[in-house]
Structure formats: C-alpha cells, structure tokens
Design a protein around this ligand. Sequence first.
Ligand SMILES: C[S@@+](CC[C@H](N)C(=O)[O-])C[C@H]1O[C@@H](n2cnc3c(N)ncnc32)[C@H](O)[C@@H]1O
Ligand SMILES: [Mg+2]
Length: 259
Amino acid sequence: TNHCIGLLVALYALCLWIIPAVVQYSGCLALLWHDVIVEKSLDTVTRTTRPQRLLKAVQDRAIRGNPKSVISVIDHYCRNQEWAMNVGDEKGFILDSVVSELNPQTVLELGTYCGYSAVRIGRLLHSGARLLTLEFNPDYAAVAREVISWAGLENTVQLVEGASGDWIPRLREHFGIHTFDFIFLDHWKEGYLADIKLLEECRLLRKGTVLLADNVVCPGAPDYLEYVRKSPLYDSRYFKSHLEYTKAEDGLEKSVYLG
Ligand SMILES: C[S@@+](CC[C@H](N)C(=O)[O-])C[C@H]1O[C@@H](n2cnc3c(N)ncnc32)[C@H](O)[C@@H]1O
Ligand SMILES: [Mg+2]
C-alpha cells in the first residue's frame, strides 16, 4: 500500500504541477495538454463543459454589471483552475490599447467563445458604438450570451450565431453596417485568410479599417500573415506577446487596410 500511495502522490504532482509547469514554455505541448487532455478529463469527471465551468466562476464571483470584474474572474480562473482559449490578460492589454486608440464605432469580432474578448472590447466602446461578434458553436454562444449580459453589455455587444463565411456577405443588409472601423480575428486560424478576402469582396473594409488577428504564431496563421505582410492593400505590424496564460511565444498582427 505504501508503494501505491507513493505512486498516487507522484501521479497527482505530475498532473497538477510538473506537467503544467513544463508545457507552458511550448505552445504545442500546452495546447495538447490543456485543450485536449485536461479538458476531456475534467468534462468526463464533472459531467460539465469548460464553458459551463467558466460561466459558473463568473456567476459565483464576478460583480453583475461590472465588465472589469468579469474579466478578472475569468483570467484568475484560467490561470489557477483551468486554461481556456480566451485572448487573455497579456494580449488583452495590447487589444485594449488598439481599441482605445481607435475609438471605433463599428466593430466585428470573429470567434466569440465564452465572450471574454467581447466583454473586453465592449467595455471600451463609447455610446452609440456597437460590436457584432460571430460564433458558430451554439453551446459556446449560449454561455457567451450569459457572460455578456452578466457584464451588463447586452446593449453594446450583439452576438450573432452562425459561421463567418455565411454571415459576412449578409452583414450589410441584415445589420445596416456600411463598413467596420475595427475587426478582431480570433476564430479558427484556417479561416483568417478566406474571411478577410471575403470582407474585402463585400466592401466591408474602408481606408483605415484596423484588423487585429490573434494567435498568428500559436497555433499560427501563416497564410494570413504572408498575405497581409506582402499585400500593398495593408500596412501590417506584429505585436509580440505570449499564448494566453502561458510563457510560449504568440502575438497579434495589426493590419491597417489602405484601400
Ligand atoms: C479562440 S476562440 C475565441 C476566443 C475569444 N475571442 C476570446 O478571446 O475570448 C475561437 C472561437 O471561434 C469559433 N469559430 C471558429 N470558426 C468559426 C467560424 N468560421 N465562424 C464562427 N465562429 C467560429 C469557435 O467555435 C471558437 O469558439
Ligand atoms: Mg485567440
């Protein structure tokens, strides 16, 4: 039995401290560990999903109507309980500064997940401005709606359920949008390139529209990066940072549409 207890303690330490401490330096390992192994195990053991657990943390600990508190509860939960694919606090500061500097009236976000970045952006918008955020997973969208309304931002942030490729061509007619001032790309990375080409085609960009793309290094969007960096249509710059809640390199690419 002593051997058994020793083995269990070693296994516990390995899963709780040693593996997380080591994998956070490698983006791929961190994603494999947190996003596949830990998530699947916790889902099975608790019979809940990660977005549901994240929502529960918000409902238990965040102040209603206070976006800052919602953001800090989610960041605290993801640093201390379980990792999740929010843009996170470190890259979040860069996102904040781009939004504040631009003071956009019309904003589009591709990929809502639990609504973390939507709350982050929404809280900085001035009256009359609005953020449309697209999410194709109905379970994530349901959680994001709750998170956005917990933050008191339901009048500024409008969640649109469905795939970006289906929605982009309908945005103008459906929401009366002429062009976007700011677009945050954070959906599946293979979609970035096709979707900005679609945004161009649908004339939803204007001279000066700012595109900010997350995770251009990890998991990475190489075809998108090559396009915005080489195309004369964009003035593009990389902001070096880290993959959310880890020490692995990742960053944001800010690209200004020159028209
Ligand atoms: C990295 S998460 C978004 C995180 C969120 N922006 C944040 O920082 O809090 C990516 C999300 O995009 C959604 N998604 C992926 N491809 C999509 C598409 N083509 N259209 C709409 N949603 C998509 C996924 O379901 C997932 O919830
Ligand atoms: Mg991201």
